[in-house]
Each structure stands twice: as structure tokens, then as C-alpha cells.
Design a protein around this ligand. Structure first.
Ligand code: FAD
Length: 147
């Protein structure tokens, strides 16, 4: 069953910008490699404090991916915000698109949020609408469209 899961977590490497970007590059390398194999698409929004990730794919594939992600020492306190069956993908062009939310304060404001990302105050629906707008503005690492 095609499904979408949204979670947030605490970015452990946020205090050190050089380390954070190195960690993010490694995360993106593994994500593109594994998600392409597993038919997972989505978006990863980040700032120095938070990660918010959207995973789309078959429910079993999303669960297996989440089981790998949860114990990753580069983040903590994984909190599921929403999980539901879907008719079609919203992020089908990205095995995992990346966006730095520190450059999207205008979009945060448009959704009644901000000036900084704080997923503890965000519903799944608001998070999804925000991520769609961020994707329209441009995610990094666009790849060939997924199925
Ligand atoms: P490898 O990449 O070969 O890694 C082997 C092991 O080393 C794994 O346990 C990995 O966690 C660990 N590891 C590797 N590099 C580091 C490092 N720099 N610091 C600490 N431990 C490290 N993976 C996906 O497949 N899809 C996703 O969409 C995805 N999203 C993620 C989002 C976030 C916020 C984070 C923090 C991680 C995400 N990951 C994702 C990575 C995931 O947690 C696993 O690291 C990855 O899936 C393991 O890939 P692999 O089996 O190919 O192992």
C-alpha cells in the first residue's frame, strides 16, 4: 500500500556547521542509494536544530527505512508526526530532496510559522504543505523521476 510518513528529530550535529554539512552529504549519499533501491521518495528539511523528513513508498519499505534511520547517532528523539495511505506521491522527483530551512523563513511565515523551524508546533498537514512549497522553491539533489 502506497503510504507517506512524516517525522521530526533533533539534529545532533547542528552546532558545528562544517560537521553538519559533512554528515548531511553522507546521509544524502546513503539515502539516494538506498531509497532508489527501495522505491522511496521524499524530502529532508533541516536546520541546525531539527530534521523533518517525509518518506513516500510502499508501507513495508517505509517501515524498513525508518527502522534503519531511528538508531542513527546523527540525530535523536525521532517523533512520528503523521502516517497514512496515499493515492500518489508528492515528491516523486526526489529519492530524497534536501532543503536548508534557514533560507526559507518567508515560506515559514506564509504557513503561519517561524521565523525558525519548530516541528513540535506543526501538524502533519501543515508540514506537508510547507514541504510542497519548499520543493516548488527547489530542493537539492533532484534525480530522475521515480515510479
Ligand atoms: P552505510 O551508509 O554503509 O552505513 C553503515 C552504518 O554506519 C550505518 O549503521 C550508519 O548509520 C552508520 N554511519 C554511516 N556514516 C555515519 C556517520 N558519519 N556517523 C555515524 N554513523 C554513521 N537512509 C536511507 O536509506 N534513506 C533515508 O531517507 C535516510 N534519511 C535519513 C535522515 C536522517 C535525518 C538521518 C540522520 C539519516 C538518514 N538515513 C537515511 C541514513 C540512515 O540512518 C542509515 O545511516 C542508512 O540508511 C544506512 O545505510 P547503509 O545500510 O547503506 O549503510
Amino acid at each position: 500500500m502506497l503510504s507517506r510518513l512524516i517525522y521530526h528529530s533533533e539534529n545532533i550535529s547542528g552546532g558545528l556547521e562544517g560537521k553538519m554539512m559533512g554528515d548531511l552529504n553522507k546521509i544524502m549519499d546513503a539515502s539516494v542509494r538506498n531509497n532508489q533501491r527501495d522505491g522511496i521518495t521524499g524530502a529532508l528539511l533541516f536546520d541546525p536544530i531539527w530534521f523533518v523528513q517525509i518518506l513516500e513508498g510502499e508501507r513495508e519499505a517505509i517501515s524498513a527505512t525508518l527502522r534503519r534511520i531511528m538508531p542513527d547517532p546523527r540525530h535523536d528523539a525521532v517523533t512520528v508526526m503523521d502516517c497514512a495511505p496515499i493515492e500518489s506521491r508528492l515528491f516523486g522527483n526526489w529519492w530524497m530532496g534536501l532543503a536548508n530551512m534557514n533560507v526559507h523563513s518567508a515560506l515559514l511565515a506564509r504557513h503561519g510559522l517561524g521565523p525558525r523551524l519548530d516541528p513540535r508546533k506543526m501538524s502533519g498537514a501543515v508540514t506537508l504543505a510547507l514541504a510542497v512549497d519548499v520543493a516548488r522553491a527547489g530542493l537539492n539533489r533532484q534525480v530522475a523521476a521515480a515510479a
